[in-house]
Each structure stands twice: as structure tokens, then as C-alpha cells.
Write a protein that binds this ligand. Structure first.
Ligand SMILES: [Zn+2]
Length: 261
């Protein structure tokens, strides 16, 4: 992902030039304002297609990694997850929360609302509130449509906006396999590769809002990040969460400010 340009949203004039040059009408609204963030995004892929591909990635992940063999752990994660998801107001998302048996200190979300937490992270969290802080962050990525935006950026950079739109257009049925392959690959990358600083900070901000709405104390987000940073500094183990969700002083400062409001 480090090779991806910071192409947040093409200026309207530039986009029109691109489209005019290709004389192909955009099958989807290419650039739109996100209700959760108020930021304009380049989105070339429909929610339906993304959800469909997300289902496939979710099935693959579950086939590869066993679930935690303890119903109490699973039920606790579901209870916290459902509470945070309900508070987000994203009622059209088919949420699912699974605790995976892995020492990795990590969690992820797929755009269709499939949330995975690894045992390492669940064990590190000191309270339900700290788990809710991570849950809020993951739900924030969904609210802000970060996966759709990142995938659109990837496609736009690799094949160009017009080609991406042609690939994704429903009329181009014979290219559906190519599009699915490109998108599927993007989704899998989406699980393991880092989001941009903008996306991470947005997810943090939305996460604090939503955990607060769900009845948790935003200060738990601060304590969790502190714990994660301290654990990492001790060199006890490499923390996957930190490599996929880079933390820094700025992030902690932002969380502290949000928690204080
Ligand atoms: Zn994140």
C-alpha cells in the first residue's frame, strides 16, 4: 500500500477531463461526500459488489483460522460488538463478530460488517470498554467507507479511473471475473495492509463517538492505546496491530483530546 498515491478525491474538473477523454459515463457516482466524515471520497465500487466480495474473503479467513473454542469469549465479543454497532446507526450492515484463536494482537473489519478479533488482542484488553474502543475504531472504518475508498484509489492508480469504471460497469459482464479478481485481491490486502494516516485518525474519531454512544467511557480508548504502546515497547512480542494500525504520539494526543470533550 505504500506505493498507493494519496489520491483522495479527484478534483471535479480533472475527473470530467478523464471521463470526457474516454467518452464513458461513470456507472457509479465517482466522487461523493461521506455522511459520517463530511469528506469527499472517490468511490468506484458499489456497496453490493463490495459486500459480495467481502463475504468471500470472510469465508476464506474463517476456513484458515479457527474460532476461539470458548463460547463465553465469543458471546462477550458479540455483546460488545452488537452494542457498538447499534450505536453507530448503521442499520443496513449485516454485522458479524468472531473471536479467532491466534496470539496476534490484532483486529480487522471487512466492508460488509464482518469483524474479526484475535485472541491476543482480547487478552491484552483490560476491560469491555477497551475492547469497545477497538470495536468502535473498526466500526468507524465501515461508517467512513474506507475500504471502498482505498480499493477505488488502488484501481484508479493501477488501471486508471475510466478503465476501473468500465471493469466495474454492469454492462461489461465478460470482464466481471477480472474485476472480481482485482477487487478480491484488494480486499485481502485490505485485511493486512495499513490504512493511511487520514483513515486511521478518522476511524479513531468516529470510534470514540460511537463507543461513547454505546455507553462506554472514551478514556478506555486512551488507556488501551497506552497499554498497546507499552506492551510493544517492552519488546515482549511484535504487535501486528501496531504494524497495521501505526500508532504515534499524535494519535494518542488526538484520542486524549477527544476523550476530554
Ligand atoms: Zn484501523
Amino acid at each position: 500500500m505504500s506505493s498507493i498515491l494519496p489520491l483522495n478525491c479527484l478534483p471535479r474538473r480533472r475527473l470530467l477531463e478523464v471521463l470526457a477523454a474516454g467518452a464513458v459515463l461513470a456507472p457509479l457516482g465517482a466522487c461523493s461526500e461521506n455522511a459520517a466524515t463530511g469528506r469527499r471520497q472517490l468511490v468506484l465500487v458499489s456497496d453490493e459488489m463490495l459486500a459480495q466480495l467481502s463475504e468471500q474473503a470472510w469465508r476464506d479467513l474463517q476456513a484458515q483460522t479457527p474460532r476461539v473454542d470458548d463460547t463465553r469469549v465469543q458471546q462477550r465479543l458479540e455483546a460488545i460488538g452488537q452494542g457498538v454497532a447499534d450505536a453507530s446507526g448503521l442499520t443496513n450492515v449485516n454485522w458479524e463478530f468472531v473471536a479467532f484463536e491466534s496470539p496476534e494482537v490484532n483486529a480487522f473489519v471487512l466492508p460488509g460488517g464482518k469483524v474479526g478479533f484475535f485472541r491476543g488482542l482480547i487478552d491484552l484488553a483490560a476491560s469491555d470498554g477497551e475492547i469497545a474502543a477497538v470495536m468502535g475504531h473498526e466500526v468507524g472504518h465501515v461508517a467512513a467507507r474506507h475500504a471502498a475508498e482505498r480499493l477505488s484509489q488502488q484501481l484508479a492508480v493501477s488501471v486508471g479511473v475510466r478503465a476501473a469504471q468500465v471493469l466495474l460497469s454492469e454492462e461489461m459482464g465478460e470482464h466481471a471475473d477480472e474485476a472480481a479478481a482485482a477487487l478480491g485481491l484488494g480486499l485481502m490486502y485490505g485485511v493486512v495492509l495499513p490504512y493511511s494516516r487520514t483513515h486511521e485518525l478518522e476511524a479513531d474519531r468516529l470510534g470514540v463517538d460511537v463507543m461513547r454512544s454505546a455507553g462506554y467511557a472514551p478514556s478506555d480508548a486512551v488507556s488501551f492505546w497506552r497499554r498497546l504502546t507499552a506492551d510493544s515497547a517492552s519488546g515482549a512480542q511484535p504487535l501486528a496491530w501496531l504494524s497495521t494500525h501505526p500508532t504515534n504520539d499524535e494519535r494518542l494526543r488526538v484520542l486524549e483530546q477527544l476523550a476530554a470533550t
